[in-house]
Design a protein around this ligand. Structure first.
Ligand code: AHM
Ligand code: MG
Length: 335
């Protein structure tokens, strides 16, 4: 990549803002703060494997500070940074039970929902993890925001995206003008545009599902997944199976290469009767991204994820997301 000529994420955001003369710059400012938080988390994630070697995995690190677990670190980094960015009125995190207030005097017009470190079971084994975010415009007027500001349909998101900590760190986001991907050059500390206007293939290449749960799935889900594994020359089936167990990483691979990811409801536990994944922190932001890239996201009974009105902050939802033709086939089959 030619660095001096590369388009940085900030330049891309500012250029996009120029297309909207009515924009105040607040959304650009908010994204900029998220980028800084993402870079901070990325640096820490890259050090995670060294923690033991450097003797920092105990209770205190060499500076005498308490060492936090990586997911706590990510959560605190975003909360602290965003609470005084001046663009938000309230936040919610997958890691916190209740809404998160912003600093008094710094209230702004947007809300933020985030999963600080998705795929956290993969942290200790050096497998890709990521931060997912979702931004809405507030509904209340002035002062601190409230729960109702956060309980909005995915369809009304003004921005959504993720930062993936993988073989390289990538930021992928949309503000409703397509999906764009940026790769972090760690030697410069800048994200450069590497994947402009991502379009996901219409037909899947990969099938991503936790087959270990198959005995607990509803019968129609099980037979639909069996169908994806049957030979079909025209649809190039059976699809290859790929399942990382980090939604953000499974999603990213399928976004680029084409794929269908399913986390249906199961009858293993009462909780998972609604699926495992969370509407506000996982399903809705990824649904906005996939629709912007030409794909689809639905529940296992055929409802568009973006049309679901959330009732609670940590609501779970069965999720089928990915290439348009396969997700529409699922809708026809299951809906
Ligand atoms: P997390 O946010 O606590 O990490 O949990 C969500 C993760 C997703 O990233 C992933 O798709 C899913 O859980 C994997 O679940 P399972 O191990 O049941 O297949
Ligand atoms: Mg998660």
């Amino acid at each position: 990549m030619n660095r001096p000529l590369g388009i940085t994420v900030i330049r891309h955001i500012v250029d996009s803002q120029r297309l909207h003369p009515e924009a105040t710059g607040d959304l650009s400012g908010l994204l900029n703060e998220l980028i800084v938080a993402g870079k901070t988390i990325s640096a820490e994630v890259n050090m995670a494997g060294l923690a033991d070697i450097l003797g920092m995995s105990g209770k205190t690190n060499i500076q005498g500070e308490k060492v936090q677990k990586l997911d706590e670190f990510a959560n605190n980094t975003i909360k602290k940074r965003m609470a005084r960015c001046g663009y938000l009125c309230v936040m919610t995190s997958e890691e916190d039970d209740d809404i998160i207030s912003v600093k008094e005097g710094y209230e702004g017009k947007y809300t933020l929902a985030f999963d600080p470190l998705d795929g956290s079971t993969n942290i200790d084994v050096n497998v890709n993890i990521g931060t997912i975010f979702s931004v809405h415009r507030r509904r209340s007027s002035g002062g601190q925001g409230c729960r109702e500001d956060l309980l909005q349909k995915g369809r009304d998101q003004v921005a959504a995206g993720y930062i993936l900590y993988g073989s390289s760190t990538m930021m992928v986001f949309t503000t409703g003008d397509g999906v764009h991907g940026f790769t972090l050059d760690p030697s410069v500390g800048e994200f450069y545009l590497s994947h402009p206007n991502i379009r996901t293939p219409e037909r899947s290449k990969y099938l991503s599902v936790n087959e270990g749960n198959s005995r607990y799935w509803p019968e129609n889900v099980r037979s639909f997944i069996d169908l994806l594994k049957e030979e079909d020359e025209e649809k190039k089936r059976p699809y290859s199976c790929r399942y990382i167990g980090s939604l953000v990483a499974d999603f990213h691979r399928n976004l680029i290469s084409g794929g269908i990811f399913l986390y249906p409801r199961d009858n293993k536990t009462a909780k998972k009767n609604y699926g495992k994944l969370r509407l506000l922190y996982e399903a809705a932001p990824l649904a906005m991204l996939i629709e912007q890239a030409g794909g689809r996201a639905i529940t296992d009974d055929g409802i568009d994820i973006l049309d679901i009105m959330p009732e609670s902050l940590h609501q779970r939802v069965p999720l089928i997301i990915g290439s348009k033709l396969d997700v529409e086939e699922a809708r026809g089959y299951l809906g």
